[in-house]
Design a binder for this molecule. Structure first.
Ligand SMILES: Cc1cc2nc3c(=O)[nH]c(=O)nc-3n(C[C@H](O)[C@H](O)[C@H](O)COP(=O)(O)OP(=O)(O)OC[C@H]3O[C@@H](n4cnc5c(N)ncnc54)[C@H](O)[C@@H]3O)c2cc1C
Length: 311
């Protein structure tokens, strides 16, 4: 068993800029507020420090997971035996090109999605309004191809810049990213660093109105303020997971502190002291009930960080 702290400090020397924590409790970074300690938790300040972390982990065969806002992942109650990297410091927006009709933006992956929307509303950049109320970061939204009301983030993407586990940085044009429903299709080992997106120029008032409308619709239908990981299951072809779960009588179903939301049945909310194990048990119960009542096996939308299995 290597002493990670000692090894990290020895290898990085003064080259690493950013924050490094050993045994950081992941529940602090989880929308569900669950999860145990990560062996190493790093928050690099720049691309060179990020690359050094990746090379350190690759060289020592330490598993790596990327964390955005933690709003669509389930963290193991026993934590993660590896390195969790967060890109919170990668949060720049820059105008690349602007005409009277369009604007091309460069956005870094750690930028909170709602901060980007606010900036766009302020400046009169239209095209992201349907993402109003979706928590998390730009990087997470790209990996999950997040969307709402029939639109997805892929609709505005021109290209993304990624770094691989061997430290190679490359640009991938939109046409080469195999986006599907709630997935980017990018290779598992790739870390999204930034994206170029194109939006339309429009009246800021109109954009703000549109954001408020989407937000109101979302608040009416989803448990926005509760601790959750977003939709638990993917919608099966031609149907809605929430409808199937509600019809199977699961609203209000509980395991420990986790409960199927009474607002939207495809959300599991942490009512207080719920754990990730409770979440997994409740997911299994819901899955079985829907299978029994509708004959459909639901697929998870929530991603599991590291090894999500039980002890
Ligand atoms: C109340 C609530 C409402 C929601 N509503 C919606 C909705 O309407 N539509 C929707 O699509 N989703 C919704 N979600 C789910 C979630 O917020 C989105 O999918 C969000 O975009 C995830 O972003 P994140 O930064 O939190 O990603 P995380 O949860 O941190 O990560 C998600 C996945 O992306 C990976 N990842 C994150 N950043 C990077 C990166 N830079 N490079 C490589 N991999 C990365 C992680 O490893 C993980 O596999 C909702 C969630 C909540 C809690």
């Amino acid at each position: 068993m290597i002493d990670l702290k000692k090894e990290f400090e020895k290898e990085m020397g003064n080259d690493f800029m950013g924050e490094v924590l050993f045994g950081e409790i992941l529940s602090k970074h989880s929308g569900l507020a669950t999860g145990g300690p990560a062996d190493i938790f790093v928050n690099p300040s720049d691309a060179m420090s990020l690359k050094k972390c990746i090379m350190f982990a690759s060289g020592k065969r330490i598993p790596v997971e990327i964390l955005g806002g933690g709003t669509n992942v389930l963290m193991n109650d026993r934590g993660f035996r590896g390195m969790v990297i967060t890109l919170k410091n990668f949060n720049m927006i820059k105008v690349i090109n602007e005409t009277s009709e369009k604007v091309e933006l460069f956005v870094e992956a750690g930028m909170p999605l709602q901060r980007l929307l606010n900036r766009c509303a302020e400046k009169g950049y239209k095209g992201l309004e349907c993402l109003a109320g979706i928590p998390g970061t730009v990087g997470g939204a790209i990996i999950c191809n997040s969307g709402s009301f029939g639109q997805e983030i892929k609709d505005v993407i021109d290209s993304v810049v990624v770094i691989s586990m061997s430290g190679m940085i490359k640009k991938i044009d939109r046409i080469n990213i195999p986006f599907t429903y709630r997935a980017s299709g990018l290779d598992k080992g790739l870390i999204v660093l930034s994206a170029n997106i194109t939006l339309e120029r429009a009246d800021p008032q109109e954009i703000r109105r549109s954001i408020s409308d989407y937000l109101a619709r979302k608040k009416a239908a989803q448990p926005i303020g509760a601790r959750s990981a977003g939709c638990v299951f993917r919608n099966p072809d031609g149907d809605y997971a929430g409808r199937l779960i509600e019809e199977a009588g699961c609203k209000g179903l509980k395991v420990g502190g986790m409960e199927v939301s009474s607002v939207h049945a495809n959300y599991i909310v942490n009512t207080g002291d719920g754990t990730s194990d409770d979440f997994i048990d409740l997911m299994k119960k819901v899955e079985q009930k829907v299978l029994d009542s509708a004959g459909i096996r639901l697929e998870p939308e929530v991603r599991i960080l590291g090894d999500g299995t039980k002890k």
